[in-house]
Write a protein that binds this ligand. Structure first.
Ligand code: HEM
Length: 237
């Protein structure tokens, strides 16, 4: 007999719902504390299976990625990014769009020059969708990471000073160039630690193509599954 998945019901649902509205990540952390690493939360089309913690991340992203679909999980982005954007496509077309481009020195030239193994270029629509994704997926994430890095360093002025000294030593107080990037190990650690503690992408979503077992439970085919890199990095253990 299938084991019932943990998760709140009745009034408890409302209590967590209120917390979700104001502090969604605190709500996920509270659900994890109450129900463990596998739980169900939400109603109707917003009913999600949460798999929380390092084992869950590994299961979804590294050991079994083939069982999880990307397209259905990210379709909410389709009106903005476009149907063919890398950020929401998957399958063979996705691989074709990721093909290595020929030599080119800016993003637009790379996209226009990209060919698949049969020599086909991206269509105009595909180029448009990748450019919009670049703005949507690339701008918000990098600017949030930069903001958090400055915040984290200013909280520990000795770290700010050490990073600044490294940049000055490498650039000689001139402008920063691509060649300098490999010579800034301390700044690199600061950025990695910032991304770990203040990850701009806080949760990820997938649709299960087939039923699977995780943590002693069976998650049905077609379930929407959520994992959280953010909660994982803030877990006490
Ligand atoms: C600090 C900066 C960034 C962070 C933290 C970040 C985070 C992520 C994460 C976590 C995913 C995978 C989501 C999942 O598996 O559920 C992802 C995918 C993706 N990101 Fe970023 N991202 C960053 C910058 C960018 C930039 C600058 C671009 C575009 C220029 C970009 C474009 C994409 C695309 C196209 C995908 C889908 C990849 C694929 O399926 O082939 N990201 N990003």
């Amino acid at each position: 007999m299938a084991v019932q998945l943990p998760g709140p019901t009745g009034l408890a649902n409302l209590t967590y719902g209120r917390l979700f509205l104001t502090r969604p990540y605190a709500a996920i952390a509270a659900l994890y504390a109450a129900y463990g690493p596998v739980f169900v939360y939400g109603q109707g089309p917003f009913r999600y299976f949460y798999l929380i913690g390092p084992e869950a991340n590994h299961y979804l992203l590294a050991s079994n990625p083939g069982n999880f679909r990307w397209r259905e999980a990210f379709e909410v982005l389709a009106p903005i990014d476009g149907e063919t954007a890398l950020i929401l496509s998957d399958g063979e077309d996705h691989k074709r769009r990721r093909a290595s481009p020929d030599e080119a020195d800016d993003v637009m030239a790379l996209l226009v020059a990209t060919k698949d193994e049969t020599g086909d270029f991206l269509s105009n629509l595909e180029v448009r969708d990748q450019v919009v994704s670049l703005i949507a997926a690339g701008f918000d994430t990098t600017s949030a990471a930069m903001g958090w890095a400055v915040y984290a360093m200013l909280k520990e002025p000795a770290i700010w000073e050490r990073a600044r000294a490294e940049v000055e030593q490498v650039t000689g107080r001139g402008p920063l160039a691509v060649e300098h990037l490999g010579q800034l190990p301390y700044l690199d650690w600061v950025i990695s630690e910032t991304l770990r503690l203040y990850s701009p992408a806080v949760i990820g979503v997938r649709k299960a193509a087939a039923a699977f077992e995780f943590g002693g439970y069976t998650i049905p085919a077609g379930s929407m599954v959520i994992y959280s890199q953010y909660i994982t990095q803030w877990m006490d253990e």
